[in-house]
Ligand binder design. Structure first.
Ligand code: ACM
Length: 647
């Protein structure tokens, strides 16, 4: 054999060896440091786990036992014999400073797997990373045969960027059962989220039993059933049943809190007041300034506010001048504080349209008595009294940006939803500085959840493809979110606790749709809050997202394939012709199209420059491919729709 042939043969052999000894790692959120080694660890028939400090690691061991035994059918036992165990979970005796409370080191060699951390949360997150190293079938809820259960050898060091990594789930607009909330927590835990914010009350339903105020759930948890476009429904007729909804009992809440705790997730309750309180007012009309005169009951998705003028059509505000309101809130907070161990109670405070306060004599009298100059200060008066109630229960007070508008106590924390660029300003926020920055600069702890990056209720691709909501949030935009504003000084940065995505559910009628809206954008939020900024890489994130999609297929969790839909960018050329530009957010896709109403495939024209519309065409149909495989959805876009979009 001559030397050139030997050389080529050598490359060939080493490529095969590489292929056999390494496999692609696709972890979300991307860890701080991953070193892949050659070789694999294979699960034997009998898997032994050793967990030093077993009581503290009990829930993680139980979790791991189940995750390993169910899909593999293998026997998993807990071993007292540390050296012989295959999977070792070890709490550090001396703290490893770089790991903090949630970091871990994971070492996989052909012989064993070792996860080390300072605290049990770190071990749990190491287990989550380990699960993502196993074949996707590890996500199966039943035994799967014919899989080689192995993981690549690695050394991983990992810890989070932020301590607050959350998702908000609105269980008021539509009620989601305890089992569904548990399923939501299961998915969150896999991606190292540690905070579930439950939006428990709103105009459409009061979802938590308050034993001292039984009407809240006897009346406030039920409305008429509707499907279609939420916000446009007619009011229920007098004889129409109000039997759609539900609520969590104290026992349900205790079970959920424990379930979440076992997965290192805290639950933060939100009681949204003084606005968004129609369900409470339906139960206790005397809580509004208009005394229930226009009490329409719990909203069933009819139009109750005029969003263009910020006026209320029906009064959904609690009345700050009424002492009974504070007695009511004291009772609510007493029970909420006892049920949720988390340090914060979120009290809402958003979108309190002051329409009915303006016509209330009681509010005018309060303003005179307390020297309140504006209706924002009236809300400020309410918030300060509520802050005292919350603190009297041993809890910290948190609310949406608006609580800043009328002045708040120094220890109040802010959840900032109004980004700098979405045109919603106030409380010091302007078109250039967000409510979150204002909060941090004025020394309030803040969680960032701006509409422009973190609103999971927004549409994920073109509006003809998604249930209609008033705005869009593409996956790539969610992935570009940096929760730490660059305008903050080092001192001010300490006030940024972290960030979360918010799933409002006006237009989310089922749990499958809640999953669809959450994933994959919550992968982006997971990475925005966990991974170092310098490790972020869009193309690689897409690769890893696709690997998670395969896992979701096995688990039968729904997700949105919207990232494969192109954007349609329309303009008029100088001769008045419609020009259509198609833009994919995922790189490397080909887009094929037709104007003749037939369904395009890859033998149709490929998009490579802005399109002009043939004279009599009525539809543009497009589909994206990766190589020879269709990957996007078939989109049928009416030309009339595109024309209506040209400014
Ligand atoms: C909000 O989106 N109204 C907090």
């Amino acid at each position: 054999m001559n030397r050139a042939i030997v050389f080529i043969f050598g490359i060939f052999i080493s490529t095969i060896t590489w292929g056999q000894n390494k496999s692609e790692i696709a972890i979300i959120p991307q860890p701080v440091k991953v070193e892949q080694k050659s070789g694999f660890f294979s699960l034997p028939q009998n898997i032994t786990i050793h967990a030093a400090g077993i009581t503290e690691l009990k829930q993680t061991v139980t979790y791991l036992e189940k995750r390993l035994s169910v899909p593999t059918g293998k026997k998993v036992s807990v071993s007292a014999n540390a050296p012989a165990a295959l999977i070792k979970l070890e709490l550090n005796k001396t703290a490893d400073a770089s790991l903090g409370n949630e970091g871990y080191r994971l070492s996989v060699t052909p012989k064993n797997i070792i996860i080390k951390a300072n605290k049990p949360a770190g071990i749990f997150y190491g287990v989550q990373t380990l699960m993502q190293l196993f074949p996707k079938e590890i996500e199966s809820g039943e035994k799967i045969s014919g899989v080689t259960w192995k993981t690549p050898c690695v050394e991983i060091t990992d810890y989070p960027r932020f301590g607050w990594r959350g998702l908000m789930f609105d269980v008021s607009r539509h009620f989601f059962t305890k089992q569904e909330v548990k399923a939501y927590i299961d998915q969150m835990a896999k991606y190292k989220f540690n905070l579930l914010h439950l939006h428990l009350t709103d105009d459409e339903g009061w979802r938590i039993e308050i034993k001292s105020l039984p009407k809240l759930t006897q009346i406030g948890a039920w409305r008429a059933y509707r499907v279609g476009q939420f916000g446009t429904f007619p009011p229920p007729t007098p004889d129409e049943p109000r039997d759609y909804g539900g609520f969590y009992t104290h026992e349900d809440i205790k079970e959920l809190v424990q379930y979440a705790k076992d997965r290192f997730v805290n639950i933060m309750p939100e009681v949204d007041v003084p606005g968004h309180s129609l369900a409470a007012i339906a139960a206790y009309p005397e809580l509004s300034c208009s005394d229930g005169v226009k009490n329409i009951g719990v909203s069933s998705g009819e139009s109750i506010k005029d969003w263009s003028t910020h006026t209320a059509i029906y009064d959904d505000n609690l009345c700050p001048s009424n002492e009974k309101v504070y007695d009511f809130l004291d009772k609510v907070m007493t029970e909420i504080a006892a049920l949720f161990p988390f340090e914060y109670i979120h009290v809402g405070g958003d979108e309190t349209f002051k329409t009915f306060w303006k016509s209330s004599e009681a509010i005018t009298a309060l303003m005179q008595k307390e020297n309140l100059k504006t209706y924002e200060e009236v809300q400020g008066y309410f918030e300060k009294k509520l802050e005292k109630i919350v603190e009297s229960k041993g809890k910290k007070f948190m609310g949406w940006d608006e609580i800043l508008e009328g002045g708040i106590g120094p220890t109040a924390a802010v959840m900032s939803w109004r980004g700098a660029h979405d045109g919603v300003v106030g409380a010091g926020a302007t078109a250039n500085i967000s409510g979150g920055e204002v909060a941090a600069k004025s020394g309030h702890y803040v969680v960032m959840s701006p509409t422009e990056y973190a609103y999971l209720d927004y549409m994920q691709s073109d509006r003809i493809m998604e249930p209609h909501v008033y705005a869009s949030l593409r996956l790539s935009k969610a992935y570009s979110f940096n929760p730490m504003p660059s305008s903050l000084t080092g001192e001010e940065q300490k006030f940024v606790l972290g960030a979360q995505g918010n799933l409002w559910t006006e237009q989310v009628f089922t749990f499958r749709q809640a999953q669809y809206m959450t994933w994959p954008r919550a992968f982006a939020i997971a990475e925005d809050t966990w991974s170092p900024v310098e490790n972020k890489n869009w193309d690689d994130f897409v690769r890893r997202t696709e690997a998670q999609f395969e896992r979701f297929d096995i688990e039968e969790v729904k997700y949105a394939p919207s990232m494969y839909d192109p954007d349609f960018i329309v303009s008029k050329s100088s001769d008045g012709e419609l020009k259509i530009e198609l833009k994919n957010e995922v790189n490397g896709l080909d887009t094929y199209y037709s104007f003749d109403n037939s369904y395009p495939d890859r033998f149709y024209p490929k998009y490579n420059q802005p399109l002009s519309v043939p004279k009599f065409a009525t539809q543009l149909k497009v589909i994206t491919y990766r190589s020879k495989k269709p990957i996007g959805r078939m989109i049928s876009m009416p030309i009339s729709e595109l024309k209506s979009r040209v400014k």
